[in-house]
Ligand binder design. Structure first.
Ligand code: SF4
Length: 604
């Protein structure tokens, strides 16, 4: 049977033996709609490393049927692995153009196992796969390594996913960088330490080059019509799509709400809002620093912004960003009230290859502990860019105390006796949506399979935009968010950018799958598949030691420390949070303690 919408091959590379296999894409991949739903099944059934740095950990890079087609915003590649930060299922998504390049090369997924005895990179040119020596690249920053790889393979437009020195040194929150050379379309698989998994395999990079372009789809005309409808939705910017905001300011547009409503917290969660709101206003970024907009493959939204610092001590800094989360991590948690300094810290993180959210959290915990007299470290203080830059460099190179910071907030806090003040869930530090202000984020942080994560449901977006108003009570809110999460799981399989959440409803998702693959899948069928994937990840995580009754919870500071913002006190009631969590379990078909019952389904 002809299979539309897929590349047709899966590349398997075992770095221990040097064996390479190019195999037909398995039926399971197509049935699962690719990406996340395939990875959930694959990892649940096959991946059992004792430690994330063991050679038998798997690094899977998977695209989905929509990638590389004309469908707008199908612009993400999924990276799946066991996370060195949480020791649980890891998933992280990067934009740019690598997902399209892979599909055009005929490759749906790259599955890497084993550990090389020397630094290497993988080069895929259509179905030719080589393991190449990376001895000269080891130790290079992301931009320099990517530049050299493009020269070596002889294609300036090859797509490269690369790690920096932090990944090589097994910094547990090392990222994977793509298009790092600063020309635009730069993207990261930021969270959960995929870069450290690559480092543990002595894999510096994966480069992909396709000879042709395009993916054969079932109904080209239907897809063209749908694409026009989607572009129309984006240009009209109907209330709440956020398209205009994203296009003008990029993700920092969220700062308007974050600073006004107070969910942008600062001083390592000691405050909600920021005393530096004026300096952090996104208009400052737009007027003084933005040079141009950039987009991932086939995305009319162009949320990427190239920032250039033209004066002052950080003159010459150029970065794609800083994104909202990076501004929160450094401008909020570390009280850095200067966009030039934040851009510089962002650039250093990018070059060394670390996730800015976890890095900002671990730096802020350090400064908070110093301020409280719980840690002795001379010359480091909140609000000082040089303090933070030194912490970034030390963590990314495991120098001095950086060796401990490189372990991430949870492990560092455990070793330094700081657990009572550390803020994380399941080992992952939070992004910029304080759950004391945005209560639905309490649910998301508790139950997300990634830990304190904002992107499985994106509850913050619905709460900020008032889309939960009118629902009758917490049970209805949870049901609404479970449905959103199901749709996001399908989107993470196709794979659509998360910022398309208000553009692709279930109707568009079903129609896109029909046009691309020729297979008609109804909403209930897709929701069932999403629930199954969610439950598989849950079972995998429980097998890896997750204890839902303990781990599906927030750090004590969120319950014990109320915050004042604009004359109002924000306090999180644990009973209310547990009520939402229990309802979530029920809707997923899990028992009252968060363990899946028999089977993978949800209650009738
Ligand atoms: S919205 Fe932004 S991140 Fe998403 S695909 Fe478009 S440019 Fe990339």
């Amino acid at each position: 049977m002809r299979v539309y919408g897929y590349g047709g091959k899966v590349v398997k590379v075992n770095l221990s033996s040097g064996r390479v296999a190019v195999e037909d894409t398995p039926r399971d991949f197509v049935d699962a709609v690719g990406g996340k739903m395939f990875a959930a099944r694959f990892f649940h059934e096959h991946v059992r490393p004792e430690d994330p740095f063991d050679p038998d950990n798997v690094l899977m890079l998977a695209a989905g049927p929509a990638c590389g087609t004309r469908l707008p915003m199908a612009s993400k590649l999924g990276l799946y692995f066991i996370s060195p930060l949480t020791n649980l299922f890891g998933e992280s998504y990067m934009g740019g153009n690598i997902m399209a390049e892979m599909k055009w090369a005929g490759v749906d997924a790259i599955i890497v196992t084993g550990r090389s005895d020397r630094p290497v990179y993988i080069y895929i040119h259509d179905y030719d796969v080589e393991i190449r020596d990376a001895g000269d690249l080891w130790g290079l920053t992301t931009s320099e390594a990517e530049r050299r790889i493009k020269e070596e393979v002889g294609y300036a437009d090859a797509s490269v996913a690369v790690i920096g020195p932090a990944g090589e040194k097994l910094v547990r929150f090392a990222n994977v960088s793509h298009n790092s050379t600063g020309e635009g379309r730069e993207s990261k698989a930021g969270r959960l330490g995929a870069g450290a998994v690559m480092g543990s395999k002595r894999l510096k990079a994966i480069a992909v080059k396709a000879s042709g372009r395009g993916v054969e789809v079932y109904d080209e005309d239907g897809l063209a019509r749908l694409a026009r409808r989607v572009v129309g939705k984006i240009s009209e910017d109907p209330i709440g799509t956020g398209a205009k905001n994203y296009r003008t300011y990029g993700t920092p547009g969220t700062l308007f709400a974050g600073l006004a409503k107070g969910f942008f917290s600062s001083h390592y969660f000691g405050r909600c809002g920021s005393p530096y709101a004026e300096s952090l206003n996104p208009e400052v970024l737009r007027e003084r620093f933005y040079k141009r907009s950039v987009a991932c493959y086939n995305c009319p939204l162009s949320c990427g912004k190239i920032t250039v610092v033209e004066e002052g001590p950080y003159k010459g800094t150029r970065v794609k960003g800083p994104e909202y989360e990076t501004i929160f991590a450094f401008g909020g948690l570390n009280d850095i009230a200067d966009y030039a300094a934040i851009a510089k810290i962002n650039r250093v993180c990018d070059e060394l290859g670390v996730d800015t959210i976890e890095m900002g959290n671990v730096a802020a915990l350090t400064l908070y502990a110093v301020e409280k007299g719980r840690l002795k470290l001379e010359g480091f203080r909140f609000g000082d860019p040089e303090s933070v830059l030194r912490l970034v460099e030390m963590a990314a190179t495991r120098d001095g105390i950086g060796d401990k910071l490189a372990e991430g907030v949870a492990r560092f806090a455990r070793e330094a006796g700081l657990e009572d003040i550390a803020v994380h869930v399941k080992g992952l530090s939070p992004p910029g949506y304080d759950p004391r202000v945005l209560n639905t984020m309490a649910l998301e942080y508790c139950v997300s399979d990634r830990g304190a994560d904002h992107l499985r449901m994106t509850a913050y977006a619905y709460e900020i935009l008032g889309k939960l108003e009118g629902l009758k009570g917490p049970e209805d809110v949870v049901a609404f968010l479970v449905d959103v999460e199901d749709r996001n799981i399908v989107a993470d399989s196709m794979i659509l950018c998360r910022f398309s959440r208000f553009i692709y409803g279930w109707g568009e998702v079903v129609e896109a799958l029909r046009c691309i693959t020729g297979v008609e899948r109804g909403v209930e069928d897709l929701r069932k598949a999403a629930n199954e994937a969610r439950t598989r990840i849950r079972l995998l995580n429980i097998a890896r030691g997750l204890k839902p009754e303990v781990d599906d919870d927030l750090p004590p500071r969120f319950y014990n420390e109320a915050v004042e913002f604009q004359g109002k006190t924000y306090r999180l009631e644990r009973g209310e949070v547990r009520r939402m969590v229990r309802e979530y379990y029920r809707l997923r078909g899990w028992d009252g303690r968060g363990y899946p019952r028999e089977g993978l389904g949800r209650p009738a």
